[in-house]
Design a protein. Structure first.
Length: 757
């Protein structure tokens, strides 16, 4: 074959190969194009599905002009009696924004959205803060502007989810396009909830101040503007009316910072008196408003006020109204003794159910004393805190009920502090006093000695476990803590004393038994008999404390044999009083295994009561009548109580009885106390008898009064005599057959080594 033919053949083959390659490339390109189209289609479908899922059912922004139809929520007592109806229909009084005083608008913008006129629905600072909290603190939070708040309240649910937040952002964007700033502000001021039944500033002005919104003062406008952030919490008609005033001051401060008003105008508004309208009628007001606050915290304000909840509470309305009447009546009797207020709480200790709660003498009174709920206020407990102190020492085997404590003139010194020289309520001294009588008669000096044995830090830790939530750093307290030197809440004291009533089991107090909506959907359902508490104290120690506090004979030296601490027809009740040294607080707390009652009298402003108010007056008459009524009801079969005829307190296996010597508390077989007089006492099985040093020894006597001589006396005034003595647990010597020295001659006893041990 010639070269020419070979070349043609080669070119022909080459041409075929190129055609095949070209065809292959075209097929490949066509194949790639098809896959791309398919992928794009999938993406479009997925995105469409996502946006349908995300925005399906979301109302149009134009729905802002339409109102919702709420359903009222109702609170009932344990027997089905209506306590309070959280009114369901919106109270709305439309207002023209141009008719409002400028400071109404300024106050709202200043506290809620200071950049309202600058942004387009979103605050960069707010979004940044919300993103930070969401990412780093794992707490979903909105950086809400006024527009976002309006969208959230009127177009969306209050749930805190990413999906809802995305919807909120999208709707906010369109609302800002559709409506002008003035329209958005008008919608906000007319539709946002201000608490209770009030929607919009017009209705809020009528509800809280009984006036048209155009007539609001700066002080009133500032208070109302602070409500939407948390209407239930900040409501002046709520459980904590003092928070409304604090919120008002915050609004005024912001207005000064944003240059809407001057500092002088803010100060004048802050100082001006606020005259509230008469609140809507309700029963058990302090309890009902507190329960409403609990519901709002759990389910939100909107559900609580418009969701048609049906709430069965633990309250016994009959007992509640009796307690209210008794508190009001007794406080009125004590007016001449400068007693301005009173409070009470009744619980069922073995379930924590609150049967009655009286926060003040009269919620509907015009003065501030009525609105404040003392049950949650910080007050000094006086001697009512002592049982916790003694319980810790008994538990740790530092003392027994028969241990003698030196009730003699004493100064306690702690390094770096002034000497502390406590005195008894009766201004007297009682020598060697066994624990049973020291606690029952509420002597102060022995109680301080017990706290020195326990150590302040140990006592604070123990009290906290028992239910006291207000004790903080031990460095903030001294030995006066056992005499009421630290503030507590009556609510916490009821829980702590419930531990004694429950043989050492702490059960949190509860107020709600069942929550359902008007359609029957159950949100929560509590069976009180299924509630399990936490053991924080052994049953043996609980018995010893309860038995001492029940012993009317043991306390008769201070209270007499027939006082208000004795409950007619119910002798088996343990009770403790408490009065602060300056008579600013007066308490009585008593209980058995079925019912606990606490009563308090004093003044909201912490001013002193008359010296005639004591442990056997003031709170104790209130307590006596209330607990008797509760115990009578328990015996009639109320509260589903079991074993109501059992002796109180019930002796556990770990407690035994034995005869001991008086006054040493040692067992009669003690060779140092042959033939001693004895009495019967209860002990922990492994700690029977006082076990202290006693007998006769040579001691230094003051010639002038035959009392024990103290180191500061000159030698010529002293002499040595052989006398009966004992040493209490702190090592203080007590002469048993000597007169007690006067208060001017005090024993100096350093205790710094004991604190914290």
């Amino acid at each position: 074959m010639s070269k020419k033919k070979k070349a043609k053949k080669y070119l022909k083959k080459l041409s075929k190969v190129e055609k095949i390659k070209s065809s292959s490339k075209k097929k490949t390109k066509r194949g790639i194009s098809k896959r791309r189209i398919f992928a794009i289609a999938l993406i479009v479908i997925a995105l469409t599905g996502f946006f349908v899922w995300l925005f399906w059912g979301v109302p149009l922004p134009t729905k802002l002009m339409q109102s919702k139809v709420p359903v009222s929520s109702k609170l009932y007592d344990r027997n089905g009696k209506l306590i309070y109806e959280i009114y369901g229909d919106k109270r709305s009084t439309p207002i023209e924004i141009d008719e409002l005083p400028k400071y109404v608008i300024d106050a709202t913008i200043s506290i809620e959205d200071k950049d309202f006129y600058k942004h387009h629905g979103f605050s960069i600072a707010g979004i940044t803060r919300a993103a930070f909290n969401t990412i780093f603190k794992r707490k979903l939070q909105g950086g809400s502007t006024l527009t976002q708040q309006l969208v959230k309240n009127e177009l969306l649910s209050p749930e805190r989810t990413v999906k809802r937040k995305i919807r909120e952002f999208a709707l906010t964007f369109f609302v800002e396009i559709i409506y002008s700033k003035k329209q958005i502000l008008s919608l906000y001021l007319n539709q946002i909830p201000y608490g209770s039944t009030a929607y919009g500033v017009g209705a809020a002005s009528e509800l809280y101040f009984g006036k048209n919104a155009k007539d609001l003062s700066l002080a009133e406008a500032a208070l109302l503007s602070g409500l939407p952030a948390a209407p239930t919490k900040y409501s002046p008609f709520g459980a904590h009316p003092e928070l409304a005033k604090g919120r008002q001051e915050t609004v005024l401060k912001r207005m000064v910072e944003d240059k809407y008003i001057t500092q002088e105008e803010a100060d004048n508004a802050k100082a001006s008196s606020l005259k509230y309208a008469e609140p809507e009628s309700l029963r058990a007001p302090h309890f009902a408003l507190w329960v409403k606050e609990l519901l709002a915290e759990k389910y939100g304000d909107s559900v609580t006020e418009q969701g048609g909840l049906r709430v069965k509470t633990t309250l016994d309305l009959d007992l509640q109204e009796l307690a209210e009447a008794e508190v009001a009546s007794e406080v009125a009797k004590l007016k001449k003794l400068h007693v301005g207020n009173g409070a009470a709480i009744v619980t069922r200790p073995n379930s924590g159910e609150i049967l009655a709660m009286v926060g003040s003498k009269d919620y509907f009174a015009q003065d501030e004393d009525g609105k404040v709920n003392i049950i949650f206020a910080n007050r000094q407990p006086g001697s009512s805190i002592k049982p916790l102190n003694y319980a810790l020492a008994l538990k740790n085997r530092k003392i027994t009920p028969a241990t003698p404590l030196a009730d003699v003139p004493t100064c306690f010194s702690v390094y770096g502090q002034r000497a502390y020289c406590p005195v008894n309520y009766d201004r007297g001294f009682h020598g060697a006093v066994q624990v049973r009588y020291a606690l029952a008669n509420s002597y102060n000096i022995p109680a301080v000695r017990v706290l020195a044995l326990n150590g302040i830090e140990n006592f604070i830790n123990f009290a906290t476990k028992m239910g006291i939530t207000t004790f903080t750093d031990p460095k903030n307290y001294g030995l006066s803590l056992t005499l009421g030197g630290g503030e507590v809440k009556p609510y916490d004291m009821a829980e702590a004393f419930g531990v004694f009533a429950n043989q050492g089991i702490k059960i949190p107090l509860i107020s709600i038994l069942k929550v359902e909506d008007y359609k029957g959907k159950v949100y929560e359902d509590v069976n009180p008999d299924d509630i399990e508490g936490e053991r924080v104290l052994d049953a043996d120690t609980s018995f010893l404390i309860s038995h001492i506090l029940q012993d009317n004979g043991a306390r008769s030296a201070a209270f007499g044999s027939s006082s208000y601490l004795v409950v007619k027809d119910h002798p088996q009740v343990s009770v403790k009083t408490g009065t602060t040294n300056d008579r600013r607080d007066n308490w009585t707390i008593g209980y058995n295994g079925h019912v606990l009652a606490l009563a308090w009298v004093g003044n909201n402003d912490n001013s002193e009561m008359s010296g005639a108010v004591s442990g056997v007056s003031g709170a104790s008459p209130i307590w006596n009548i209330i607990i008797k009524a509760a115990l009578d009801k328990s015996e009639e079969g109320y509260f589903n109580l079991k074993d109501k005829n059992d002796a109180w307190p019930k002796q556990p296996e770990g407690v035994i009885g034995a005869n001991v010597c008086t006054p040493s508390g040692n067992l009669p077989n003690d060779p140092n106390n042959p033939g001693c007089a004895t009495r019967y006492e209860y002990f922990l099985k492994d700690r029977v008898g006082a076990g202290i040093e006693s007998g006769n020894k040579d001691v230094l006597i003051d010639k002038t009064n035959q009392a024990l001589a103290y180191p500061e006396l000159p030698p010529e005034l002293t002499e040595t005599q052989n006398r009966a003595f004992l040493l209490d647990p702190l090592g203080t010597l007590v002469c048993l057959d000597c007169p007690i020295a006067s208060a001017s001659a005090k024993i100096s006893y350093p205790i710094q080594a004991k604190i914290g041990q």
